[in-house]
Design a protein around this ligand. Sequence first.
Ligand code: UFG
Length: 333
Amino acid sequence: MGYIGSHVSILLLEAGHDVAILDNLSNSSVVVLDRIKQITTRLPEFYNMDVRDTSNLELAFIKFHPDAVIHFAGLKAVGESVIDPLRYYEWNVMGSVVLLQVMNKYQVKKLVFSSSACVYGDVAEMPITEISCIAPTNPYGQTKAMIEQILADLVSSDQGWSVARLRYFNPAGAHISGLIGEDPNGIPNNLPPYISQVAVGKLDVLKIFGGDYPTPDGTGVRDYIHVMDLARGHLSALNYLSNESGLLTVNLGTGHGYSVLEMVKAFEIASGKKVPYRIAERRSGDVAISFADPSRAEQLLGWKASLGLNEMCRDQWHWQSKNPNGYRSSCAY
Ligand code: UFG
């Protein structure tokens, strides 16, 4: 029920699937359920629980009888993971092992896993393909790489498993309705919600982490992907797993990199608001450039991102301006 899970749930419900959401609400809100209902006219089942809680997880499996699991649960702030690595290993790695044990016990062997471009670390050659080296530069990325390895070992041990490892690049934007979007706890870590909170007046100024990278304008370059394109990628992966067993590993990105300053400019145009910024120190653990080669996802899944930077900024702004305080605001609907 977090940022990506909520958008995927909408597409699953619209495609006629029954959906149960399991979430400990550490970085999400139950209001999302109402919003999903407004968009799809359907209400997913909801279990307020932690993925590390074996007995409640088993109860949810017994009650809901899933055919497949999409595993989004995890902590995702790079900086925080450097300060508190044990928490990241416990939540992300242990949580995944518990989930896999329960799936194994109940013979549910189809899994789509939210991995991250973070597993690649500082890659010299762009674009990044799936065979680029796995060398994460921070504990968060390490947890994703470890879980990926666990999944590979599991698939080799038992041919009954079908697992997709989706390596997300940088999600941005929101559902076109403006009813759901990203609502991080506290100060956002990531660029898109930070920019939109500056534009809406919640934050004063964007600090750009580094103006001296070896990029055309000196600011970091990333592959921003519309969250609805990313969500569609999950449905394509699920579809693939219904016919194939084994391990699928694909990048989900657009193949285009944009700098922080290009993002700021595009957002100013989409919102009609000024986004004041200042250049600050580089953020530790950041790489200069990261963008995907998404061709494998197109070949294997028939999936390709279709929305561009303008749509991402438009939809991010629509969500933020309708919900200036995220799900805590009483919004105009
Ligand atoms: N940035 C700023 N100011 C901010 C926030 C970010 O200048 O306040 C810059 C960063 O330095 C970087 C770019 O904006 O150049 C993107 O930063 P994000 O924090 O939005 O994204 P990252 O690329 O660091 O990491 C994100 C997710 C990870 C994921 C990774 C995949 O946080 O979970 O993308 O590439 F693994």
